[in-house]
Design a protein around this ligand. Structure first.
Ligand code: 5GP
Length: 214
C-alpha cells in the first residue's frame, strides 16, 4: 500500500488594508493601480446609494443600489461598516470581505474616516493608510479639474476634507500624494513590509513545528 504523505496544514494570515483620503485626494486612481499590479490584493467593492457617474460601472466601481435597499441592508446587518458621506450611503459588504479573508486573500478597503473609525472600534486587525493631498489648493484644483461634481458639491467636499484630515494621525501611515507613481511605490513598500509582519507568525509556526526544540 502506498505510504500517505503527512501534510501539515499551513496557517494563512490575510491582511486587511484600509485606504482613506479626502475626496479628490487621488485615492481611487492609486487604488486601481495597486490592485492591477498586485494580484494578491483584492479590492472589496463598496455598496452605495449615490448615483452612478458617467464612466462608472456597476459592480466594478460600486454596487449601486437604491436608498431604501441600502437602509434595509443596514437593518439586516449586511455591512461591516457604513457611513453617510456627502448625503449618500456607502458601506462595506460583510459577507464578501469575510469570504475573501477566510480564503487567505489580502483585502483592500477604500473608505472614509467615519468608516475607518467604526472598524477601529471593532478592533479588527488592519493596516490603515491615509493619503494626504500636498495642499488645500491642490485638492481644490483636483476636484475642479475632474469635472464630476457641481460647484456646491465641490464646496461640500472641501469642507468635509478639512474634517477628514484631522483623523489622519490615527492611521498607521500617512502618504502625501504628489504623483500617482510615487504614491503607488510608497504604498507597495508598506504592503510588502506589513505582509512580512503578518506572515511572521506563519514562519515561526512552520519552523517550530518542523524541528525538535530542546
Ligand atoms: P465617491 O463618491 O467620491 O466615490 O466617494 C466618497 C467617499 O466615500 C470617499 O471618501 C470614499 O472613500 C468613501 N467610501 C466609499 N466606499 C465606502 C464604504 O464602503 N464605506 C465608507 N465608510 N466610505 C466609503
Amino acid at each position: 500500500m502506498a505510504k500517505r504523505k503527512k501534510v501539515t496544514k499551513k496557517k494563512k494570515h490575510s491582511v486587511l488594508f484600509i485606504l482613506s483620503s479626502p475626496s479628490g485626494g487621488g485615492k481611487t486612481t492609486v487604488r486601481k493601480v495597486l490592485v492591477k499590479k498586485d494580484r494578491k490584493l483584492v479590492y472589496i467593492v463598496s455598496h452605495t446609494s449615490r448615483p452612478k457617474r458617467p464612466k462608472e460601472q456597476n459592480r466594478r466601481d460600486y454596487v449601486f443600489i437604491k436608498k431604501n435597499v441600502f437602509q434595509r441592508a443596514i437593518r439586516n446587518e449586511a455591512f461591516l461598516e457604513w457611513a453617510l458621506v456627502h448625503g449618500h450611503y456607502y458601506g462595506t459588504p460583510k459577507r464578501e470581505l469575510v469570504r475573501r479573508l477566510a480564503r487567505g486573500q489580502d483585502c483592500l478597503l477604500d473608505i472614509d474616516t467615519k468608516g475607518f473609525m467604526k472598524i477601529k472600534k471593532l478592533r479588527l486587525p488592519c493596516v490603515s493608510i491615509f493619503i494626504l493631498p500636498p495642499s488645500r489648493s491642490v485638492l481644490a484644483q483636483r476636484l475642479t479639474e475632474r469635472k464630476t461634481d457641481t460647484k456646491d458639491v465641490i464646496k461640500k467636499r472641501l469642507k468635509n476634507a478639512e474634517k477628514e484630515v484631522k483623523y489622519s494621525s490615527l492611521y498607521n501611515y500617512v502618504v502625501i500624494n504628489r504623483t500617482v507613481a510615487q504614491t503607488v511605490r510608497t504604498i507597495e513598500q508598506i504592503i510588502f513590509t506589513e505582509r512580512l509582519k503578518y506572515k511572521k507568525k506563519d514562519l515561526i509556526y512552520g519552523y517550530v513545528s518542523s524541528r525538535k526544540i530542546s
